[in-house]
Design a protein around this ligand. Structure first.
Ligand SMILES: *Cc1c(COP(=O)(O)O)cnc(C)c1O
Length: 422
Protein backbone atom coordinates (compact mmCIF):
# COMPACT_ATOMS: atom_id res chain seq x y z
CA UNK A 1 0.00 0.00 0.00
CA UNK A 2 1.16 3.50 -0.85
CA UNK A 3 0.17 6.79 0.76
CA UNK A 4 -0.09 9.85 -1.49
CA UNK A 5 -0.22 13.38 -0.13
CA UNK A 6 -3.58 15.19 -0.10
CA UNK A 7 -1.86 17.91 -2.18
CA UNK A 8 -0.43 15.54 -4.78
CA UNK A 9 2.90 17.39 -4.88
CA UNK A 10 5.23 14.51 -4.00
CA UNK A 11 5.77 10.81 -4.55
CA UNK A 12 3.50 8.52 -2.51
CA UNK A 13 5.20 7.15 0.61
CA UNK A 14 5.22 3.72 2.22
CA UNK A 15 3.50 3.43 5.60
CA UNK A 16 6.85 3.54 7.45
CA UNK A 17 8.03 6.57 5.51
CA UNK A 18 4.78 8.36 6.28
CA UNK A 19 5.05 7.53 9.99
CA UNK A 20 8.62 8.79 10.20
CA UNK A 21 7.91 11.98 8.25
CA UNK A 22 4.63 13.14 9.87
CA UNK A 23 3.81 15.85 7.33
CA UNK A 24 4.22 15.11 3.59
CA UNK A 25 7.10 17.02 1.89
CA UNK A 26 4.61 19.16 -0.09
CA UNK A 27 2.91 20.31 3.13
CA UNK A 28 -0.07 17.95 2.65
CA UNK A 29 -1.23 15.00 4.72
CA UNK A 30 -0.61 11.35 3.88
CA UNK A 31 -3.73 9.34 3.03
CA UNK A 32 -4.19 5.69 1.94
CA UNK A 33 -4.33 5.31 -1.88
CA UNK A 34 -7.35 3.01 -1.40
CA UNK A 35 -9.54 2.04 1.53
CA UNK A 36 -9.39 -1.76 1.35
CA UNK A 37 -12.54 -3.79 2.09
CA UNK A 38 -12.52 -5.34 5.57
CA UNK A 39 -11.76 -9.06 5.65
CA UNK A 40 -14.44 -11.46 6.98
CA UNK A 41 -12.18 -12.00 10.01
CA UNK A 42 -12.10 -8.24 10.73
CA UNK A 43 -15.92 -8.29 10.87
CA UNK A 44 -16.11 -11.28 13.23
CA UNK A 45 -17.88 -10.10 16.41
CA UNK A 46 -15.93 -12.55 18.57
CA UNK A 47 -12.48 -11.30 17.63
CA UNK A 48 -10.48 -9.87 20.58
CA UNK A 49 -9.50 -6.22 20.11
CA UNK A 50 -5.74 -6.62 19.39
CA UNK A 51 -6.48 -9.27 16.76
CA UNK A 52 -9.14 -7.10 15.18
CA UNK A 53 -6.58 -4.29 15.02
CA UNK A 54 -4.16 -6.58 13.21
CA UNK A 55 -6.87 -7.65 10.73
CA UNK A 56 -8.06 -4.11 10.03
CA UNK A 57 -4.56 -2.64 9.71
CA UNK A 58 -2.86 -5.47 7.78
CA UNK A 59 -3.67 -4.18 4.26
CA UNK A 60 -2.16 -0.77 5.08
CA UNK A 61 1.15 -2.40 6.05
CA UNK A 62 1.34 -5.03 3.29
CA UNK A 63 4.86 -5.01 1.88
CA UNK A 64 6.04 -2.50 4.49
CA UNK A 65 9.01 -2.76 6.85
CA UNK A 66 6.49 -3.02 9.69
CA UNK A 67 4.42 -5.86 8.19
CA UNK A 68 5.93 -8.74 10.15
CA UNK A 69 5.90 -6.81 13.43
CA UNK A 70 2.26 -5.72 13.15
CA UNK A 71 0.67 -8.48 15.31
CA UNK A 72 3.06 -7.82 18.19
CA UNK A 73 2.69 -4.05 17.74
CA UNK A 74 -1.11 -4.37 18.08
CA UNK A 75 -0.87 -6.71 21.07
CA UNK A 76 1.42 -4.32 22.92
CA UNK A 77 -0.39 -1.08 22.01
CA UNK A 78 -3.97 -2.18 22.69
CA UNK A 79 -3.67 -3.99 26.00
CA UNK A 80 -6.55 -2.20 27.75
CA UNK A 81 -10.35 -2.68 27.52
CA UNK A 82 -12.53 -0.92 24.89
CA UNK A 83 -16.07 -1.30 26.32
CA UNK A 84 -19.35 -0.45 24.64
CA UNK A 85 -21.52 0.53 27.61
CA UNK A 86 -25.31 0.94 27.56
CA UNK A 87 -26.80 4.43 27.92
CA UNK A 88 -30.36 3.50 26.93
CA UNK A 89 -32.17 0.90 24.87
CA UNK A 90 -30.70 1.84 21.50
CA UNK A 91 -27.77 3.97 22.60
CA UNK A 92 -24.30 2.85 23.61
CA UNK A 93 -21.26 4.73 24.81
CA UNK A 94 -17.93 3.75 23.28
CA UNK A 95 -15.47 4.24 26.14
CA UNK A 96 -12.13 5.16 24.61
CA UNK A 97 -10.64 6.27 27.94
CA UNK A 98 -9.20 3.12 29.49
CA UNK A 99 -5.63 3.68 28.26
CA UNK A 100 -2.76 5.04 30.39
CA UNK A 101 -3.78 8.72 30.17
CA UNK A 102 -7.54 8.14 30.11
CA UNK A 103 -8.25 9.69 26.69
CA UNK A 104 -8.66 8.28 23.17
CA UNK A 105 -5.31 9.74 22.10
CA UNK A 106 -3.66 6.77 23.84
CA UNK A 107 -4.70 4.51 20.92
CA UNK A 108 -2.85 6.50 18.27
CA UNK A 109 0.09 7.56 20.43
CA UNK A 110 0.82 4.02 21.65
CA UNK A 111 0.66 2.56 18.15
CA UNK A 112 2.90 5.29 16.72
CA UNK A 113 5.42 4.95 19.55
CA UNK A 114 5.64 1.18 19.13
CA UNK A 115 6.03 1.57 15.37
CA UNK A 116 8.76 4.21 15.57
CA UNK A 117 10.66 2.19 18.16
CA UNK A 118 10.60 -0.80 15.81
CA UNK A 119 11.80 1.35 12.94
CA UNK A 120 14.77 2.63 14.97
CA UNK A 121 17.54 0.21 14.15
CA UNK A 122 20.20 -0.36 16.75
CA UNK A 123 22.84 1.71 14.92
CA UNK A 124 20.51 4.68 14.20
CA UNK A 125 21.13 8.03 15.86
CA UNK A 126 18.52 8.69 18.55
CA UNK A 127 15.31 10.32 17.37
CA UNK A 128 13.81 13.32 19.21
CA UNK A 129 10.04 13.82 19.24
CA UNK A 130 8.96 17.42 19.79
CA UNK A 131 5.41 18.05 20.90
CA UNK A 132 3.62 21.24 21.89
CA UNK A 133 0.50 20.63 23.89
CA UNK A 134 -2.37 22.42 25.52
CA UNK A 135 -3.37 19.28 27.41
CA UNK A 136 -4.26 15.76 26.32
CA UNK A 137 -1.92 15.22 23.38
CA UNK A 138 1.29 15.81 25.31
CA UNK A 139 0.29 13.44 28.10
CA UNK A 140 -0.64 10.62 25.71
CA UNK A 141 2.55 11.09 23.67
CA UNK A 142 4.77 11.28 26.77
CA UNK A 143 3.19 8.14 28.24
CA UNK A 144 3.44 6.26 24.94
CA UNK A 145 7.11 7.07 24.31
CA UNK A 146 8.32 6.76 27.90
CA UNK A 147 11.03 4.10 28.16
CA UNK A 148 11.30 3.49 24.36
CA UNK A 149 14.77 2.68 23.07
CA UNK A 150 16.48 5.24 20.86
CA UNK A 151 13.74 7.88 21.14
CA UNK A 152 13.62 10.97 23.36
CA UNK A 153 10.60 13.25 23.83
CA UNK A 154 10.46 16.96 24.64
CA UNK A 155 7.01 18.17 25.63
CA UNK A 156 6.28 21.91 25.73
CA UNK A 157 3.26 23.33 27.49
CA UNK A 158 2.15 26.82 28.50
CA UNK A 159 3.11 27.35 32.14
CA UNK A 160 -0.31 28.76 33.08
CA UNK A 161 -2.41 27.07 30.40
CA UNK A 162 -2.99 23.53 31.69
CA UNK A 163 -5.00 22.15 34.57
CA UNK A 164 -3.27 20.74 37.64
CA UNK A 165 -4.06 17.16 36.63
CA UNK A 166 -2.91 17.79 33.06
CA UNK A 167 0.38 19.22 34.36
CA UNK A 168 0.96 16.10 36.44
CA UNK A 169 0.44 13.90 33.40
CA UNK A 170 3.03 15.90 31.47
CA UNK A 171 5.70 16.06 34.17
CA UNK A 172 5.62 12.67 35.89
CA UNK A 173 7.81 10.73 33.41
CA UNK A 174 11.53 11.52 33.53
CA UNK A 175 14.15 9.33 31.78
CA UNK A 176 13.71 9.85 28.01
CA UNK A 177 10.81 12.30 28.46
CA UNK A 178 11.60 15.94 29.28
CA UNK A 179 8.85 18.40 30.12
CA UNK A 180 9.18 22.17 29.58
CA UNK A 181 6.81 24.67 31.16
CA UNK A 182 7.02 27.66 28.82
CA UNK A 183 6.52 31.21 30.12
CA UNK A 184 4.03 31.94 27.35
CA UNK A 185 0.96 30.66 25.54
CA UNK A 186 0.21 27.47 23.59
CA UNK A 187 0.88 29.47 20.41
CA UNK A 188 4.40 30.24 21.71
CA UNK A 189 4.95 26.52 22.27
CA UNK A 190 3.82 25.69 18.74
CA UNK A 191 5.99 28.42 17.27
CA UNK A 192 9.05 27.10 19.12
CA UNK A 193 8.46 23.61 17.72
CA UNK A 194 8.05 24.94 14.18
CA UNK A 195 11.22 27.03 14.49
CA UNK A 196 13.15 23.99 15.69
CA UNK A 197 12.02 21.97 12.65
CA UNK A 198 13.12 24.81 10.33
CA UNK A 199 16.47 25.46 12.02
CA UNK A 200 19.44 23.93 10.12
CA UNK A 201 21.49 24.11 13.32
CA UNK A 202 18.97 22.08 15.33
CA UNK A 203 18.29 19.54 12.55
CA UNK A 204 22.07 19.09 12.30
CA UNK A 205 22.24 18.13 15.97
CA UNK A 206 18.95 16.21 16.35
CA UNK A 207 16.92 13.81 14.23
CA UNK A 208 13.53 15.42 14.81
CA UNK A 209 10.06 13.87 14.43
CA UNK A 210 6.60 15.05 15.32
CA UNK A 211 3.81 13.06 16.91
CA UNK A 212 0.90 15.43 16.46
CA UNK A 213 -2.50 14.33 15.25
CA UNK A 214 -1.72 14.72 11.55
CA UNK A 215 0.69 11.76 11.72
CA UNK A 216 -0.72 8.81 9.76
CA UNK A 217 0.48 6.50 12.53
CA UNK A 218 -2.01 8.08 14.91
CA UNK A 219 -4.87 8.07 12.38
CA UNK A 220 -4.84 4.47 11.14
CA UNK A 221 -5.39 2.87 14.58
CA UNK A 222 -8.40 5.16 15.05
CA UNK A 223 -10.27 3.19 12.37
CA UNK A 224 -10.10 0.00 14.46
CA UNK A 225 -12.38 0.95 17.34
CA UNK A 226 -15.11 2.04 14.93
CA UNK A 227 -15.03 -1.34 13.21
CA UNK A 228 -15.02 -3.06 16.61
CA UNK A 229 -17.87 -1.03 18.11
CA UNK A 230 -20.15 -1.11 15.06
CA UNK A 231 -19.73 -4.88 14.66
CA UNK A 232 -20.60 -5.47 18.33
CA UNK A 233 -23.53 -3.04 18.12
CA UNK A 234 -24.94 -4.79 15.06
CA UNK A 235 -24.73 -8.18 16.72
CA UNK A 236 -26.37 -6.91 19.90
CA UNK A 237 -29.21 -4.87 18.38
CA UNK A 238 -29.52 -6.10 14.78
CA UNK A 239 -29.11 -2.51 13.57
CA UNK A 240 -26.34 -0.35 12.19
CA UNK A 241 -25.50 2.52 14.53
CA UNK A 242 -24.96 6.18 13.82
CA UNK A 243 -21.64 7.39 15.27
CA UNK A 244 -21.60 10.71 17.10
CA UNK A 245 -18.04 11.99 17.59
CA UNK A 246 -16.72 14.93 19.64
CA UNK A 247 -14.39 16.72 17.22
CA UNK A 248 -11.69 19.36 17.23
CA UNK A 249 -8.89 18.68 14.78
CA UNK A 250 -11.17 16.00 13.21
CA UNK A 251 -8.56 13.21 13.38
CA UNK A 252 -10.78 10.93 15.41
CA UNK A 253 -13.64 11.45 12.94
CA UNK A 254 -11.42 10.70 9.91
CA UNK A 255 -10.90 7.24 11.45
CA UNK A 256 -14.68 6.75 11.42
CA UNK A 257 -15.08 7.81 7.77
CA UNK A 258 -12.27 5.49 6.72
CA UNK A 259 -13.77 2.61 8.73
CA UNK A 260 -17.16 3.11 7.09
CA UNK A 261 -15.59 3.31 3.61
CA UNK A 262 -13.88 -0.03 4.36
CA UNK A 263 -17.25 -1.62 5.11
CA UNK A 264 -17.80 -1.18 8.86
CA UNK A 265 -21.57 -1.44 9.55
CA UNK A 266 -22.13 2.26 10.27
CA UNK A 267 -25.34 4.04 9.25
CA UNK A 268 -24.11 7.63 9.42
CA UNK A 269 -21.53 9.81 11.09
CA UNK A 270 -22.29 13.05 12.92
CA UNK A 271 -19.67 15.36 14.39
CA UNK A 272 -20.09 17.48 17.51
CA UNK A 273 -17.99 20.64 17.80
CA UNK A 274 -17.86 23.02 20.76
CA UNK A 275 -18.24 26.80 20.34
CA UNK A 276 -15.40 26.68 17.78
CA UNK A 277 -17.71 26.71 14.78
CA UNK A 278 -15.31 26.65 11.83
CA UNK A 279 -16.38 23.18 10.64
CA UNK A 280 -20.17 23.47 11.12
CA UNK A 281 -20.13 26.91 9.46
CA UNK A 282 -18.10 25.61 6.54
CA UNK A 283 -20.61 22.80 5.97
CA UNK A 284 -23.55 25.20 6.15
CA UNK A 285 -22.06 27.99 4.06
CA UNK A 286 -19.68 26.11 1.78
CA UNK A 287 -16.94 28.66 2.48
CA UNK A 288 -13.98 27.74 4.68
CA UNK A 289 -13.15 30.47 7.19
CA UNK A 290 -10.51 29.44 9.74
CA UNK A 291 -10.40 31.66 12.82
CA UNK A 292 -8.59 31.90 16.16
CA UNK A 293 -9.80 29.31 18.64
CA UNK A 294 -11.96 30.28 21.61
CA UNK A 295 -11.69 28.64 25.02
CA UNK A 296 -14.45 26.28 26.04
CA UNK A 297 -15.17 23.63 28.66
CA UNK A 298 -14.24 20.95 26.12
CA UNK A 299 -10.74 22.38 25.76
CA UNK A 300 -9.17 19.51 23.79
CA UNK A 301 -11.53 20.53 20.97
CA UNK A 302 -10.61 24.24 20.98
CA UNK A 303 -9.48 24.32 17.36
CA UNK A 304 -10.24 27.15 14.93
CA UNK A 305 -8.54 25.65 11.84
CA UNK A 306 -9.00 21.86 11.95
CA UNK A 307 -6.07 20.32 10.08
CA UNK A 308 -7.56 16.90 9.36
CA UNK A 309 -10.44 18.46 7.41
CA UNK A 310 -7.98 18.28 4.52
CA UNK A 311 -8.27 14.48 4.69
CA UNK A 312 -12.09 14.60 4.57
CA UNK A 313 -11.97 16.96 1.60
CA UNK A 314 -9.65 14.50 -0.13
CA UNK A 315 -12.11 11.67 0.58
CA UNK A 316 -15.03 13.73 -0.78
CA UNK A 317 -13.46 16.10 -3.33
CA UNK A 318 -16.86 17.28 -4.53
CA UNK A 319 -18.23 19.95 -2.15
CA UNK A 320 -21.85 18.80 -2.43
CA UNK A 321 -20.91 15.21 -1.59
CA UNK A 322 -18.81 16.42 1.33
CA UNK A 323 -21.72 18.46 2.65
CA UNK A 324 -24.03 15.49 2.31
CA UNK A 325 -21.69 13.01 4.01
CA UNK A 326 -20.26 15.19 6.75
CA UNK A 327 -22.64 16.66 9.25
CA UNK A 328 -21.49 18.78 12.20
CA UNK A 329 -23.19 20.75 14.96
CA UNK A 330 -21.78 23.31 17.38
CA UNK A 331 -22.53 22.98 21.12
CA UNK A 332 -22.17 25.82 23.62
CA UNK A 333 -20.68 25.63 27.11
CA UNK A 334 -24.18 26.07 28.56
CA UNK A 335 -25.42 23.08 26.55
CA UNK A 336 -22.40 21.04 27.69
CA UNK A 337 -23.20 21.78 31.34
CA UNK A 338 -26.86 20.99 30.87
CA UNK A 339 -26.07 17.67 29.16
CA UNK A 340 -23.67 16.58 31.92
CA UNK A 341 -26.33 17.39 34.53
CA UNK A 342 -29.28 15.83 32.67
CA UNK A 343 -27.44 12.65 31.68
CA UNK A 344 -26.30 12.10 35.24
CA UNK A 345 -29.82 12.63 36.54
CA UNK A 346 -31.43 10.34 33.98
CA UNK A 347 -28.94 7.48 33.88
CA UNK A 348 -26.28 7.96 36.58
CA UNK A 349 -23.65 8.22 33.80
CA UNK A 350 -20.97 10.88 34.21
CA UNK A 351 -19.77 12.38 30.91
CA UNK A 352 -16.63 14.45 30.33
CA UNK A 353 -17.28 17.85 28.68
CA UNK A 354 -16.13 16.55 25.26
CA UNK A 355 -18.36 13.50 25.38
CA UNK A 356 -21.22 15.75 26.45
CA UNK A 357 -21.06 17.64 23.12
CA UNK A 358 -21.72 14.35 21.31
CA UNK A 359 -24.54 13.30 23.61
CA UNK A 360 -26.16 16.73 23.17
CA UNK A 361 -26.03 16.42 19.37
CA UNK A 362 -27.35 12.84 19.47
CA UNK A 363 -30.33 13.85 21.60
CA UNK A 364 -31.25 16.79 19.37
CA UNK A 365 -30.48 15.38 15.94
CA UNK A 366 -30.97 11.62 16.28
CA UNK A 367 -33.28 11.11 19.27
CA UNK A 368 -34.77 7.85 17.98
CA UNK A 369 -31.85 6.36 16.07
CA UNK A 370 -29.64 3.50 17.14
CA UNK A 371 -26.42 5.29 17.97
CA UNK A 372 -22.98 5.10 19.50
CA UNK A 373 -21.82 8.17 21.43
CA UNK A 374 -18.04 8.31 21.45
CA UNK A 375 -16.58 9.02 24.91
CA UNK A 376 -13.14 10.56 24.30
CA UNK A 377 -11.95 11.12 27.88
CA UNK A 378 -12.63 9.98 31.43
CA UNK A 379 -14.66 12.56 33.39
CA UNK A 380 -12.12 12.45 36.28
CA UNK A 381 -9.71 14.39 34.05
CA UNK A 382 -12.13 17.33 34.11
CA UNK A 383 -13.28 17.15 37.69
CA UNK A 384 -13.36 20.92 38.18
CA UNK A 385 -16.06 21.16 35.50
CA UNK A 386 -17.95 17.96 36.17
CA UNK A 387 -18.11 17.65 39.96
CA UNK A 388 -20.02 20.88 40.69
CA UNK A 389 -22.61 19.91 38.06
CA UNK A 390 -23.33 16.45 39.44
CA UNK A 391 -22.84 17.42 43.09
CA UNK A 392 -20.44 14.61 43.90
CA UNK A 393 -16.84 13.51 43.43
CA UNK A 394 -15.83 11.49 40.36
CA UNK A 395 -13.71 8.50 41.43
CA UNK A 396 -10.27 8.61 39.82
CA UNK A 397 -9.46 5.45 37.84
CA UNK A 398 -6.36 3.60 39.14
CA UNK A 399 -4.20 4.28 36.03
CA UNK A 400 -4.77 7.99 36.39
CA UNK A 401 -4.28 7.96 40.16
CA UNK A 402 -0.84 6.37 39.74
CA UNK A 403 0.23 9.18 37.38
CA UNK A 404 -1.10 11.86 39.68
CA UNK A 405 0.89 10.46 42.61
CA UNK A 406 4.23 10.27 40.80
CA UNK A 407 6.80 13.03 41.48
CA UNK A 408 6.87 15.93 38.99
CA UNK A 409 9.95 16.91 36.99
CA UNK A 410 9.97 19.86 34.67
CA UNK A 411 12.05 22.82 33.59
CA UNK A 412 10.56 26.30 33.26
CA UNK A 413 11.89 28.18 30.23
CA UNK A 414 11.37 31.42 28.32
CA UNK A 415 9.43 31.21 25.05
CA UNK A 416 12.59 31.01 22.92
CA UNK A 417 13.40 28.00 20.76
CA UNK A 418 17.10 28.07 21.76
CA UNK A 419 16.20 27.59 25.44
CA UNK A 420 14.67 24.24 24.59
CA UNK A 421 18.06 22.88 23.47
CA UNK A 422 20.42 24.38 26.03
C1 LIG B 1 -8.18 15.49 21.18
C2 LIG B 1 -9.50 15.31 21.81
C3 LIG B 1 -10.70 15.50 21.10
C4 LIG B 1 -10.73 15.96 19.66
O1 LIG B 1 -10.24 14.98 18.76
P1 LIG B 1 -9.85 15.38 17.28
O2 LIG B 1 -9.24 14.17 16.69
O3 LIG B 1 -8.86 16.51 17.41
O4 LIG B 1 -11.08 15.80 16.60
C5 LIG B 1 -11.89 15.25 21.74
N1 LIG B 1 -11.93 14.88 23.04
C6 LIG B 1 -10.80 14.69 23.75
C7 LIG B 1 -10.92 14.30 25.18
C8 LIG B 1 -9.54 14.90 23.17
O5 LIG B 1 -8.44 14.72 23.89
Amino acid sequence: MRFPSTRGGCEPATASEALRAGLAPDGGLFVPETLPALSPAALDPDLPYPERAREVLAPFFRGDELESGLPELCRAAFDFPVPLAPLSDKVRILELFHGPTAAFKDFGARFLAGALERLQESGDPPRTILVATSGDTGGAVAAAFHGRRGIAVRVLFPQDGVSERQRKQLTCWGENVSAYAVRGTFDDCQRMVKEAFRSPEISGRFLLSSANSINLGRLLPQTVYYVHASVLFLRETGEKPALVIPSGNVGNAVGAYWARAMGAPVARIVLAANANRTLPDFLTEGIYRPRPSVRTLANAMDVGDPSNLERLRFLYPDLDTLRREVCARSVSDGEIRQTIRDTFRASGRVLCPHTATAEYVRERKLPDSPAIVVATAHPAKFETVVEPLIGQAVPVPPVLAALLDAPSRCETIDPRMEDLFR
